[in-house]
Design a protein around this ligand. Structure first.
Ligand code: NAP
Length: 463
């Protein structure tokens, strides 16, 4: 027998998790899986729908990846976890509010805005951030593109990450190919009228430096309705030279070798005259988006690596005759009211998940997980170990956190005091069911998303 209090005797540690994407839900999972410290978790999201980027970022045709929602769902249904939707941290609810109701806060708000390319013409109509385009086809309720059309025949997608490959693949698909996905009906109509025929993917470095991964590259190469054109001279890299002390050839990962092999195989295939064409351009960086009233072209410069391995322009330019530019050059985090922020890295400074103030000292009770902690990198599963690390630190701090706030009030009371209407897990299940019903009515796949706040409010009875 020990004389330590059993978990049942202790006041539970109350933790608010801000954001219900994978990082937030995995944090709740790590908190409720352990038995050492009794906990109660409130997961607060500004949307009435959980799962963050699993719902509004993973491409609609990547149904297998989206299936992770089934695992996340089990966490939200845990008796000690509660989902609170429709409440925005920073505007509806402040850190001071949460100090009344919780011992600790885990910020897991992700990276929701696009990084800029920093070239002229970036704000012209027809120059579109991948974040906005992805939000649109994923039916994010904040997207207000009622009159968006895919009216350009030729499009450039800038960036060589997995988001760029998602965007190219989705753009190259027909409405019929997307019909059984969950894209809103209005989005499907835009795809049905799409004039896009030629898509250029621009990578500013070479095939060995591309950030995309082999499964996503294979998905692109397997598109039935598009010829994927890889220029043989761009992938003609002597594999025996990899590892040699030359720029771009040192430290080549296995993943990069796999990419190169796939690209070389593709370069040998002749185009078959399929309805759409995707052309991969390595060593090409945009320097100016052309046009006065809207995008009329894109000026690109050929690039190379310096002997030290840095990227530089060669001074050779080319103008591409594109009517739309999709910028997919990475995601960035957004500062949270009252929470320290590193505006260079676009993340919250931390040590082992403990938020650090400007002087480098931990902010008592504040923790961070996911993309807002480490930047927009890794796959969904990366957030599991990331969140587990944060929770380890939080649980180590538990005794001090409890002493600092011995009698927290219920979150309900805080929300009521602020006159805030919110939704809950049951509300999400109603939206979930309404989406499945809509899919059945339209004879489409498992679900068809709504795309506006009004629809959510109607379903939640908040009209
Ligand atoms: P990313 O992997 O960081 O790729 C960004 C790309 O943009 C890089 O190729 C980068 O080139 C390029 N870039 C940056 N600034 C540029 C500029 N000014 N001009 C031209 N190119 C520029 O970011 P992401 O594609 O947004 O993906 C974010 C994370 O989500 C990644 O971890 C990704 O793997 C993950 N994700 C995974 C999946 C999946 O598993 N299916 C799907 C989507 C996203 P440099 O390398 O030269 O900087």
């Amino acid at each position: 027998m020990t004389d330590q209090p059993s978990p049942q005797d202790e006041t539970p540690l109350r933790v608010a998790v801000i954001g219900s994407g994978p990082a937030g839900v995995y944090a709740a999972d790590a908190l409720t899986r352990q038995r050492r410290v009794p906990v109660r978790v409130d997961i607060v999201d500004r949307l009435p729908t959980p799962y963050g980027l699993v719902r509004y970022g993973v491409a609609p045709d990547h149904t297998k990846i989206k299936g992770v929602a089934r695992t996340l769902r089990r966490v939200l249904e845990h008796p000690h976890v509660r989902f609170v939707g429709g409440v925005e941290f920073g505007t509806d609810l402040t850190r001071a509010d949460l100090a009344r109701s919780h011992h600790a806060v885990v910020y897991a708000t992700g990276a929701s805005v696009d990084r800029r390319m920093g070239v002229a013409g970036e704000d012209l109509p027809g120059s579109v951030a991948a974040t906005d385009f992805v939000n649109w086809y994923c039916g994010h309720p904040d997207n207000t593109w009622d009159d968006f059309s895919l009216d350009a025949e030729e499009v450039a997608v800038v960036g060589a990450g997995n988001v760029a490959l998602d965007v190219v693949r989705v753009l190259a698909k027909t409405a019929d190919e997307l019909r059984h996905t969950d894209v809103p009906e209005a989005v499907l109509e835009v795809f049905a009228a799409s004039r896009v025929r030629r898509i250029h993917l621009l990578a500013r470095r070479g095939p060995l430096q591309a950030k995309f991964t082999a499964p996503e590259l294979r998905d692109l190469l397997d598109l039935p309705g598009a010829d994927i054109v890889v220029r043989p001279e761009q992938v003609d890299i002597d594999l025996t030279e990899i590892g040699a002390d030359r720029p771009g050839l040192r430290d080549v990962s296995r993943a990069a070798r796999t990419n190169l092999r796939l690209l070389r195989e593709q370069a040998e295939r002749a185009p078959e005259g399929r309805p759409r064409r995707v052309e991969l351009h390595f060593w090409s960086r945009p320097v100016e988006i052309l046009g006065e009233d809207r995008v009329r072209g894109l000026r690109v410069e050929r690039t190379r690596l310096t002997p030290e391995g840095h990227l530089e322009g060669t001074g050779e330019h080319e103008v591409m005759d594109v009517g739309m530019v999709l910028r997919s050059v990475g995601y960035a985090g957004v500062p949270l009211e009252g929470v320290p922020f590193d505006s260079g890295a676009r993340t919250v400074p931390h040590e082992e998940g403990r938020v650090l103030d400007a002087g480098g000292a931990p902010v008592p009770g504040d923790y961070v997980a996911g993309w807002i902690k480490r930047g927009a990198s890794g796959v969904i599963g990366t957030n599991k170990s990331d969140a587990a690390g944060t929770v380890r630190a939080l649980l180590e701090d538990a005794p001090g956190l409890r002493d600092a706030a011995p009698e927290p009030v219920a979150l309900e009371r805080v929300l009521d005091d602020r006159g805030l209407r919110h939704s809950d897990y049951e509300g999400w299940l109603r939206i979930d069911t309404a989406e499945a019903d809509q899919a059945a009515d339209l004879e489409r796949g498992e679900r068809v998303k709504f795309r506006d706040w009004e629809a959510y409010r109607r379903i939640l009875g908040q009209g």
